[in-house]
Design a protein around this ligand. Structure first.
Ligand code: ZN
Length: 413
């Protein structure tokens, strides 16, 4: 999807404003001689921005307005090294709330709803984003934050909460608890707004069934306001995102070249009107695709598909790039195979070749040898690699509460 005229002008204005500042990107663009953009080609010549830049600019090097205009900071949980600090102006905070309220509306939530907010409050952008959007919409916020399941359930019942905002893991925990206590007929929940991450269809179905609620994936990241920049509508055909605040490109994560609409790649976001910390071409490392065409709901806002994983999880065998999401898709099409698997990759010096071993779980009713053969053929035809395959009974592979490590690359050791 190309920049439209308005977006092009907005990006040009962002660049012109940035280069007048001594912010991290202001200096960078000045040094690179970038002073304006008038076309898509100009835009695509601007280097990507990244989380590494934001770490280099720690704590406030990215700030692009005078101190007196900053009203708040947020910080993203750095998994390694320094955290990232993002300054917000009053307008940024308000724009974010407007986007978030639009998310609630897109999910059919109104000012009559009572929204139980379980994501955390604090430095990160979760709880406060859900709350500001709720207040902007005019709905009743029940600002619980995470944990204390006893109190969560009490409030949910006594206040007749109609909307639950949660991570998929916490929604699952609450669903299981409500099931265990036989409290389903005491709750009034109709909808769940779930922070977008890659979560399995099985988990979605469980939460949907046990709580009897419609589920909506909300997208966002701290570097770009926070959650609330996109959500799916009732048609459940991908997440609408707010193209009057953001421009989204999908790129090939390896070459950095933009891909066609409909093709999978990495989401790269440009903020169009952000003041405190504008970002041009920010690499999110989230994998998805732009869904071409218009949504049956009639909204003109473009759509992103659900997040398919992270480009950091990519691995390469025989020169072919692979993502865990592709492996899951292939395995999901084979009868009797569970969602659990792992992949070991090693280099065999004797034959001077990478050897890939896939261990997959299958139900006892299927023939393991035949299933292994099907997996092998699927990989050969779809990915152009021929793995060795071991099929083991369901329950054999380790389960983890957190993100399960699936790819073990022994080549770097
Ligand atoms: Zn729609």
């Amino acid at each position: 999807m190309k920049l439209n005229d308005t977006q092009l002008k907005q990006v040009d204005a962002q660049i012109k404003r940035l280069i007048k500042t001594d912010s991290y990107y202001g200096k960078m663009y000045r040094d690179l001689g970038i002073d304006s953009i008038t076309s898509q080609e100009d835009f695509e010549k601007i280097p990507f921005s990244s989380k590494a830049d934001l770490r280099n600019a720690y704590p406030l090097g990215i700030q692009a307005v005078p101190d007196e205009e900053v009203v708040r900071i947020h910080s993203s949980s750095g998994t390694t090294g320094k955290p990232v600090i993002i300054p917000y102006t009053a307008k940024d905070v308000d724009d974010w709330a407007i986007m978030f309220a639009r998310c609630y509306e897109t999910a059919g939530i109104t000012n009559k709803d009572r929204i139980q907010i379980t994501p955390g409050y604090g430095l990160w952008t979760a709880g406060i984003g859900f709350q500001a959007g709720c207040e902007k919409l005019g709905a009743m916020a029940i600002p619980m934050g995470p944990g204390n399941t006893e109190k969560q359930l009490q409030m949910m019942i006594d206040l007749k909460a109609t909307v639950l905002c949660a991570t998929s893991s916490y929604a699952l925990l609450l669903a299981e608890e409500i099931e265990r206590r036989g409290m389903k007929d005491q709750i009034f929940l109709k909808k769940g707004v779930i922070g977008s991450e890659r979560w399995s269809e099985k988990k979605r179905e469980y939460i949907h069934d046990k709580l009897g609620i419609e589920l909506y994936d909300i997208y966002g990241l701290t570097e770009i306001y926070g959650p609330g920049i996109g959500i799916n509508c009732d048609k459940q055909t991908g997440m609408h995102y707010w193209d009057d605040y953001l421009y989204i490109e999908i790129i090939d994560p390896v070459t950095g070249e933009p891909v066609e609409d409909g093709e999978e790649g990495e989401i790269v976001i440009t903020t169009l009107v952000k003041e405190g910390a504008p970002l041009i071409r920010f690499r999110t490392h989230d994998l998805s695709r732009i869904i071409p065409g218009e949504c049956p709901c009639g909204s003109k806002h473009p759509r992103l598909d659900i997040i398919r994983g992270r480009s950091d999880d990519m691995f390469k065998v025989h020169g072919v790039n692979m993502f865990p999401s592709q492996v899951e898709e292939l395995l999901g099409q084979i009868d009797g195979v569970s969602s659990e698997y792992n992949i070991n990759i090693a280099h065999d010096d004797e034959i001077n070749k990478d050897v890939i071993l896939i261990t997959a779980e299958a139900e006892g009713r299927v023939n393991f040898e035949k299933t292994g053969q099907l997996i092998k053929e699927a990989f050969k035809s779809k990915m152009n690699v021929t793995p060795r395959v071991t099929v083991v009974p369901v329950g054999t592979l380790p389960r983890s509460e957190k993100k399960t490590k699936r790819v073990f690359d022994h080549r770097e050791e």
